[in-house]
Design a protein around this ligand. Structure first.
Ligand code: IDP
Ligand code: MG
Length: 151
């Protein structure tokens, strides 16, 4: 199994797109392990985006992600799920993201790209641990639809 940390960024929450975006992930067959509304503070933002520290857009990125509540989720699936979710999300710049992707259908600019998704299984584990306490996650629940989603 692979886990992906999803953040529905402040623009997704402000624009009322939490439902439509979560619906896509849910309808595809991804399994929820955790879900909550929260406010990201500067320390958490810096930790989550540590790889981007020093880049020109870093201050704006921290300002953006801390500017209003976000919805964070952990979704899981079989091997390959991280890549599958990144394909659903689309490339970083919504202006270049393919139609049918979340960024390509809902966004226009790189600084308002609506959603974060972990970029590797290792990032999925690291980021899940940053945003969720173990007790907030239900990592192994029996989903009735599983045999109708996975062969
Ligand atoms: P990703 O979200 O597609 O993985 P990353 O390169 O990891 O993209 O960048 C993290 C986030 O930083 C992006 O989602 C976006 O919000 C922001 N970002 C990245 N590059 C730029 C930029 O050139 N200008 C403004 N914001 C950027
Ligand atoms: Mg990234």
């Amino acid at each position: 199994m692979e886990r992906v940390l999803i953040i529905l960024k402040p623009d997704a929450v402000q624009r009322g797109l939490v439902g439509p975006i979560l619906t896509r992930l849910e309808q595809r067959g991804l399994k929820l392990q955790g879900l909550k509304l929260m406010q990201v503070d500067e320390a958490l933002a810096r930790r989550h985006y540590a790889e981007h520290e020093g880049k020109g857009f870093f201050a704006a990125l921290v300002g953006y992600i801390t500017s209003a509540p976000v919805v964070v989720a952990v979704v899981s699936g079989k091997a390959g799920t991280v890549e599958l979710v990144r394909t659903m999300v689309g490339v970083t710049n919504p202006a270049k993201a393919a139609p049918g992707t979340i960024r390509g259908d809902f966004g226009l600019e790189i600084g308002r790209n609506l959603i974060h998704a972990s970029d590797s299984p290792a990032s999925g584990e690291r980021e899940t641990a940053i945003f969720f306490q173990p007790a907030e996650l239900i990592s192994a629940w029996n989903r009735a639809s599983d045999p109708w989603i996975y062969e």
